[in-house]
Structures are given as C-alpha cells and as structure tokens.
Design a binder for this molecule. Structure first.
Ligand code: CA
Length: 133
C-alpha cells in the first residue's frame, strides 16, 4: 500500500526562503503549499489538512504564535517553528505552545528536511510501522 506523500504547509513571508524550502521538499517527493501570512496559513490549513506545518514566527497579519495557538485549538498536526531569533525564551515559548520542533534561521535546507522526517516519524509511531526504503 502506497500512502500519498505528506503535504507540508510552508508559512513564510520571505519568498526566497519559501522557494528554497519548496524546491528541496518537492525534490524529495513531498507535496507543498505556501502561505505568505498568518491568515492565509489558517485558511490553507483548514482547507488542505496538511500533514505538517513549517511555521515562521514573524509574519504579517497574524504572527506564528497566534497561528500555532489557533492550530492547536483544533488539531494535533505537527508544527515546526522557524525563527531568526535564537533566544531560549522563544524556543521555550514555541515548544510550550505545542510546537513539535524549532529551527533557527539561517538554516540548511537539508537540516529542515531531516527534522521534518523525524517529526513525521514520531507523529506516526503510534500507528502502524511505516515502510522503510
Ligand atoms: Ca518572517
């Protein structure tokens, strides 16, 4: 049985970063959607049921903290926070709000892919064992 490849919702207002992430994820077979601000993120989240959300902290309209609070009120979908700020407080806040992981910019795209795979494996480990290549 071949499951559909995971859908990753990228929430990032910087086009260059979003395009790099999309390119790396699609190369590896993931499906991606891109939201440019917090309101669009919630709209696409509710419409598309992504398997994981990559969520930038500083966003127009609604910031990443507000977005993850709204997501956590309605779902346990894995969320990885992205932020240029590296203060430990942000890290703790991000995780206390229900983020599954936290990545500091600038990041290497391969690291993001590795973190996504790790979080997806953890979130699926309650169910059947995933197929290994
Ligand atoms: Ca940003």
């Amino acid at each position: 049985m071949n499951a559909e490849m995971p859908l990753i919702l990228i929430v990032e207002d910087e086009r260059e970063i979003a395009e790099i992430l999309e390119a790396f994820l699609r190369q590896r077979g993931f499906r991606t959607e891109w939201a440019r601000d917090g309101e669009e993120a919630l709209r696409l989240f509710r419409a598309g049921s992504p398997d994981l959300v990559l969520l930038d902290l500083l966003l127009p309209r609604l910031d990443g903290m507000e977005v993850i609070k709204a997501i956590r009120r309605e779902s346990r979908t894995p969320v990885i926070m992205l932020s240029a700020r590296s203060e430990e407080l942000d890290k703790v806040l991000g995780l206390e709000l229900g983020a599954d992981d936290y990545i500091t910019k600038p990041f290497r795209p391969l690291e993001v892919v590795a973190r996504i795979n790790a979080v997806l494996r953890r979130s699926q480990s309650g169910g059947a064992a995933p197929d290994r290549p």
